[in-house]
Design a binder for this molecule. Sequence first.
Ligand code: ZN
Length: 312
Amino acid sequence: MKIQTVTGQIDPDDLGLTDGHNHLWITKQAVPAPDAPVLDQTEEILAELHIYRQAGGCSQIDCQPVYAGRDGNKLHWLSENSGVNVVANTGFHLRRYYPAEAPIWQMSGEQAVDFLIDEIKNGLQETRGNVDGVVFPGFIKIAVEKTLAESPQHLIEAAVQASLETGCLIEMHTERGQDVEAITAFITDRGLSPDRLLLCHLDKRPDLALHQALAKEGFGLEYDTFFREKYQPEKNLWLLIEAMVEAGLAENLVLATDLADASLWAFSGGIGIASFPKMIKTRLEMAGYEQEDIQAIMGGNIARRLAIEDKE
Ligand SMILES: [Zn+2]
């Protein structure tokens, strides 16, 4: 089993300390959302990746999809020059993060299946024909709206199909975990095993009974409100981690920072990506968590889920 990074395939054990949902590059685009994040300060991003690496960070999972500002060439360059493993994706984000004519939104379900599988097998389209070599995605990123009814069901089905055919993990943006019961049922009804789905931003809906039920079914749960005061992480996130680990469900948790906007990075005065190894890991250690659990929720769990059959 191997994990596909932007610089090649690696063993799952080599992923190490990993921010399970982040953004390392977002090209500015003309999109409807006024709050659409942009992240394009090449040298500053590289410098901060070096700090992340020095602090013990090993890998980053980039969640910006094609046509929404992804640049596989930049990700490749940033990884090569920082020594941080980067895993890129194919897939789709919320509609509001795309220019009006973005191709993914013109596709039928069948066309979308072909498109996703083509990227997984033949590489990120913006990197094809590179002298440096083609960059491949390591997972499928998708996004759902507040309800299943408002979500692009044909694209969700396409992602499920692509995952079934390739084994790739799906990381799914949720709107604060809303309607996740109906959305996960829609997906598993189409044959996807819960371990192929990572539910993002679930800590924004701190319903412990729901989290435990989802984890027991086998879904991965991603938490990332560490530095988002409006979600009251002291009251919610940190207690969720404690309760989930105590319930023996540590292997379903994936921690992340999701610093999608440049303003959240240290180079523009934000908390910065090195907060993951420096602040989050340190606090878990101080709180007395077992090393085994810390390694699982800060890298081991996402590594196991990203690993698929070796292509060679
Ligand atoms: Zn994100």
